[in-house]
Design a protein around this ligand. Structure first.
Ligand code: ADP
Length: 173
């Protein structure tokens, strides 16, 4: 009954899933798939962050995420810069989705959620706990493994693994 109530009320909700996604991992994809079951539409929003030197450009990351989410009918992939709440308001979204892996994520994410709440009272942050198998997975870990020639096939979608191997010009056998 309670779950029905929640799902009913989320039915018309547009959710933004913001992040760097440099690159998208199976952990991100798991959160996107679960978000799609909860909300009417999920907009995966790739942040243009001038303070970071990414492995992939925003356009490359958008293309990677589009290919990884082709099986989901209610996903849109976009790029944005500036404040996430401003982007969410512009897209008429009511929810921000964030994934939680460990206690360390929780502290940072809670602080960000509180800050966002002070900027816009209309937007709620919803945390989805990572699935067990992805609880230690991060984009930076994937890049580190690939850099030293390790296999990342079990951590990212196949087309993303190919692009990372190509970047490092080091495809393991
Ligand atoms: P950011 O730079 O905004 O943290 P990321 O691409 O690293 O961007 O992560 C985007 C969101 O996805 C964050 O909420 C992060 O906690 C979540 N996330 C990252 N990896 C995982 C994972 N393996 N399982 C669940 N959530 C994850």
């Amino acid at each position: 009954m309670q779950a029905d109530f929640i799902l009913h009320n989320c039915a018309n909700v547009i959710a933004i899933y913001p992040g760097s996604f440099d690159p998208i991992t199976l952990g991100h994809l798991d959160i996107i798939e679960r978000g799609c079951r909860l909300f009417e539409q999920v907009i995966v929003a790739v942040l243009r962050n001038p303070n970071k030197t990414p492995l992939f450009t925003v356009q490359e990351r958008i293309a990677q995420i589009r290919q990884a989410t082709m099986h989901l009918s209610n996903v849109e992939v976009d790029g944005f810069h500036g404040l996430t709440v401003n982007y969410a308001q512009m897209r008429q979204a009511q929810v921000l989705i964030r994934g939680l892996r460990a206690l360390s994520d929780f502290e940072v994410e809670l602080q960000m959620a509180h800050t966002n709440k002070t900027l816009s009272n209309q937007i709620e942050t919803v945390f989805l706990a990572t699935s067990n198998e992805y609880s230690f997975l991060s984009s930076s870990q994937v890049k580190e493994i690939a850099r030293f020639g390790g296999s990342i096939d079990h951590l990212v979608p196949p087309h993303v693994a190919i692009e990372i191997y190509r970047c490092h010009a080091k495809k393991p056998t």
